[in-house]
Design a protein around this ligand. Structure first.
Ligand SMILES: Nc1ncnc2c1ncn2[C@@H]1O[C@H](COP(=O)(O)OP(=O)(O)OP(=O)(O)O)[C@@H](O)[C@H]1O
Ligand SMILES: [Mg+2]
Length: 253
């Protein structure tokens, strides 16, 4: 467990950056997500846990405006996201998935790609890419092709690519799961520092509750397509993992 104790510097007066209201998603006649209300405040880092199929990735995709719910609304800075503004809002967010899906070009170009698409000039791109490769400890790999990277290196590049966009909201969908234990811990420690310092708002999905304290204490438990609990991870786990989850796991099947 990390030694750092998170100061909860996000207070309730801070503005909501993302809000989901009355969201409902059905697939093949089955309800897979039903969330009455979920909010993320500016600068907040929220960990999201729950069993397989709980709806974690689906909620992430709805909030990141990658999947449109059948009913309900997502608000970004208080504005309802719709066809007219979804692309603009999506460009102010970034998503990191478990698999680092890198393009078949150099590490530098991979990290630069999103900025190029946003029309950034060359000077800004090279400065930003250099900074984030450095911060993720992969500057020496700038000229390398993705097929010559280890899993840990590729995921560092993947995260640098997201952070180079300096997103207002960063979505992480189990990005550390495929990494070996020492690589996972060192990257988690570094990310804890980077995210706090950059004050990025983060929605962090993980299977492994041991990862949570490296990034935050604020935890959401999902099961059966719904948000079942939100609170402090340390309090949540004080009574033991199995006890806490017994009812949630049962309710999801
Ligand atoms: N395109 C789809 N068609 C049918 N069912 C789907 C589809 N996408 C997701 N589901 C179902 O929705 C439920 C929620 O899926 P989701 O991927 O959000 O879960 P999760 O909590 O992220 O799970 P995991 O921990 O395995 O990643 C699952 O039961 C899944 O099978
Ligand atoms: Mg998932």
């Amino acid at each position: 467990m990390p030694e750092r104790k998170w100061k909860n510097w996000v207070n309730n007066n801070m503005r909501l950056i993302l809000e989901a209201k009355n969201i409902n998603i059905k697939k093949r006649g089955r309800e897979i997500l039903s969330v009455e209300h979920f909010g993320l405040r500016e600068g907040e880092i929220v960990a999201v846990i729950g069993p397989n199929g709980a709806g974690k990735s689906t909620l992430l995709q709805v909030l990141a405006l990658l999947q449109q719910p059948a009913t309900g609304q997502v608000l970004f800075h208080g504005q309802v996201a719709g066809k007219n503004n979804a692309l603009e809002y999506r460009r102010r967010m970034a998503v990191v998935f478990q698999e680092a899906l890198l393009l078949n070009t150099t590490v530098f170009n991979n990290v630069a790609q999103g900025l190029k698409l946003r029309g950034a000039d060359k000077k800004l791109i090279s400065g930003r890419v250099g900074l984030w490769l450095e911060r993720l400890g992969v500057s020496h790999l700038a000229g390398r092709m993705p097929s010559f990277l280890s899993g840990g290196e590729a995921q560092r590049v993947n995260i640098a690519r997201a952070m180079a966009l300096e997103p207002e909201v960063l979505f992480l969908d189990e990005p550390f799961t495929a990494l070996d234990y020492p690589t996972r811990i060192s990257l988690l420690k570094e990310m804890g520092g980077i995210l706090k310092e950059s004050r990025t708002t983060v929605f962090f999905v993980t299977h492994d509750y041991n990862e949570i304290p490296y990034l935050t204490d604020d935890t959401v438990v999902m099961a059966g397509g719904g948000v079942r609990h939100r609170g402090s991870a340390s309090q949540l786990f004080a009574g033991g993992f199995e006890e806490v989850f017994k009812s949630y796991y049962q309710s999801s099947y």
